[in-house]
Design a protein around this ligand. Structure first.
Ligand code: NAD
Length: 486
């Protein structure tokens, strides 16, 4: 047997004893080779101490509004009573879906509004508002809702400007309600297991020196959104709500007036993970990127914000310097989206898509034998898969003839790492645990219960948006303490 890991906080206790029970009540676990779903209505009901029904409203009924609706279906206590959107295509589908899901309720009506102020005025019984409108609206809508005494769940990126984000932190302090930002990884049991048990408590990776995260989307996944037959939107309505035209309304993410580009749209999740995993803020960033593909040439649409970005952040952690690389592409879907943490004893790959990542790769000499049992064990996975994947593959296939012994010796790779699968999984909709965390905080009237309060999200907002400054100047941006101050 290999020697035990040299780790300041390593312990002989099985992993299961270290688990945050609260976090894992809502997860499934491998036990004795079988998967046991421990998510149950009973378990959830026990969680929601107050158990009250919360009357909820949704502002912004597009793709993410719909994801929140779906996520809320297995969160006890959510009752949708009102929605707000400026486009019939979005609100008509949402109203019909919500009302059919409300069928069992005495009054399952969901009222539609175009104007959020009118909604809040006419339905004072609304207790919580979910905001899933484009990013430039997050700050004013959050302030409006908080000022009317509502509890708020606002989607990420919290704003397309640092000043907008700062105003949200201030509004949070001013009105003192429950105010959650939609970085849903903070509530995902797999991510919690990774941070609390693999990375921190048991230090199974040892000192982590580098992180790598990417979100690669191919052209087919980044196509511009166009008109929808039968659902026009008049120019006067667009102008009233601040949109220059329908193309910008539909593709708001790629224009600075409304959004923050793919870096903020997707990096908001993954760069946030660098900060959250290490409970740290970066000291510097260098970055490069541009509008290299969606440039209006050869029939391609013209976007304003960079369609690709590559960023290198530097952190000072108690273990030493940590360098984190982030990449977002809209021209290649190669290897999809995942985050990777590289330590001297093991590397961990994790992704919201479990097929992409929920593994630990042990360096030679690493041994996780004592963690193979319990609720969320670490299971050796024969044969190793996903070493460097486009799709799952068996890495141990016979090597092609060109791989001679001499050839292998010449490349001088270190010995292959041993793959383990991590037992903590999330079998619910990706956003359910985060929505539930918010609803529990509302039910208990406890902002401190939140896994992503506005102050925490603001640090990620600054971390992400400052990369643009570095890319524009071509210089390394050195973060100042006041950058993170609200
Ligand atoms: N947490 C996540 O994983 C995740 C995923 C996708 C999007 N998001 C976030 O959710 C938000 C919405 O993104 P999306 O993908 O649903 O965009 P979308 O374009 O699909 O939907 C936006 C909706 O907002 C509506 N809208 C626009 N202006 C409005 C206004 N003034 N008042 C009311 N409604 C208005 C639009 O009509 C549309 O229905 C963004 O902040 C985005 O960053 C989060």
């Amino acid at each position: 047997m290999n020697p035990p890991l040299a780790s300041p906080s390593s312990s002989t206790a099985p992993l299961s004893r270290f688990l945050d029970r609260r976090g894992f009540l809502r997860t499934a676990a491998f036990t004795g080779g079988a998967i046991h779903l421990v998510t149950s209505k009973t378990a959830i009901a026990q969680q929601t101490a107050a158990g009250r029904t919360i009357k909820c409203a949704l502002i912004g009924c597009g793709a993410q509004g719909n994801a929140l609706r779906i996520a809320s279906k297995d969160v006890p206590g959510v009752q949708w009573v009102a929605i707000c959107d400026i486009w019939k295509f979005s609100w008509a589908r949402m109203q019909s879906a919500m009302q059919s899901e409300n069928k069992h309720q005495v009054d399952g009506k969901v009222v539609v509004y175009e104007n959020p102020e009118e909604m809040l005025e006419k339905q004072p019984d609304i207790e919580a508002v979910f905001i899933a409108a484009p990013d430039f609206l997050h700050a004013p809508l959050s302030r409006l809702c908080l000022s009317k005494g509502k509890q708020v769940y606002c989607e990420k990126m919290m704003s397309n400007s640092i000043e907008g984000g700062r105003d949200m932190v201030r509004a949070g302090k001013e009105f003192g309600h429950v105010f959650q930002i939609g970085h849903q990884r903070h509530s995902n049991p797999r991510y919690i297991n990774f941070r609390e048990n693999i990375l921190k408590k048991n230090r199974l990776m040892g000192r982590v020196t580098h992180c790598y995260a990417q979100w690669n989307r191919g052209v087919s996944g980044s196509q511009p959104q166009g008109e929808v037959k039968g659902f026009p939107l008049e120019e006067s309505v667009l102008a009233k709500y601040g949109y220059n035209n329908f193309f910008e309304f539909r593709n708001w993410r790629f224009f600075a007036k409304y959004g923050g580009g793919p870096l903020s749209d997707l990096g908001a999740h993954q760069i946030d993970m660098f900060n959250w995993m290490f409970e740290s803020k970066p000291v510097s960033v260098i970055a490069s990127g541009g509008v290299d593909y969606y440039d209006g040439k050869d029939g391609r649409p013209k976007f304003e914000l960079p369609d690709n970005m590559m960023c290198l952040y530097e952190y000072n952690t108690p273990d030493g310097v940590l360098r984190c690389y982030y990449q977002v592409l809209t021209t290649s879907g190669s290897q999809g989206a995942y985050e990777k943490y590289m330590g001297i004893q093991a590397s961990g790959i994790i992704s919201e898509d479990e097929k992409r990542g929920n593994q630990l790769y042990g360096e030679p000499g690493s041994d996780f034998a004592e963690f193979t049992t319990g609720d969320n064990p670490i299971i050796k996975a024969p044969p190793p898969k996903n070493k460097f994947w486009e799709q799952d593959r068996d890495w141990e296939k016979p090597k092609p003839p060109s791989y001679t012994k001499i050839g292998l010796a010449d490349v001088r790779e270190s010995k292959a790492l041993t793959q383990y699968e991590l037992g903590a999984v999330n079998l619910r909709a990706a956003h359910s645990p985060h929505v539930q965390n918010f609803i529990e905080a509302v039910q208990m009237k406890k902002p401190e219960h939140l896994t992503c309060p506005v102050e925490m999200a603001f640090e990620s907002c600054v971390t992400v948006l400052k990369a643009y400054e570095a890319a524009q100047t071509g210089n390394k941006y050195i973060f100042k303490p006041e950058d993170f101050a609200a």
